[in-house]
Write a protein that binds this ligand. Sequence first.
Ligand code: FES
Length: 145
Amino acid sequence: MMYSKKVMDHFMNPRNVGEIENASGVGEVGNAKCGDIMKIYLDIEDNIIKDVKFKTFGCGAAVATSSMATEMVKGKTIQEAMKITNKAVMEALDGLPPVKVHCSVLAEEALQAALWDYAQKNGIEIEGLKPPKSGDHHHIPENDE
Ligand code: FES
């Protein structure tokens, strides 16, 4: 079997799908090669990630990794969330096939892009956080488009 039970579970029943109105930070990233895009919304209060939602126009592994990543950062501090790498997400999912590793990278990048947006909006610096790559990718259409 190519995908673990956990990957299948998060793909079939993704957690935290949706968007947050007036989010503290929003990050959208894409992978130009496969064309998949991911958007993460964070609601941050007193340095804690109170809520997190995501939207993915992407493959099953992208859905599963963003679902797991959102579960892992919810309720955490910004500093704890910074430590949640794509490797940690893959481990929590009991692994991904090698050709699908880039999908988990997308989840990590979207999370960091959302944290970057939050930092920019609030004029703060988050240790270890780098600006998101302004990738050449399509955008997720807004509801009213
Ligand atoms: Fe590109 Fe999965 S195939 S994100």
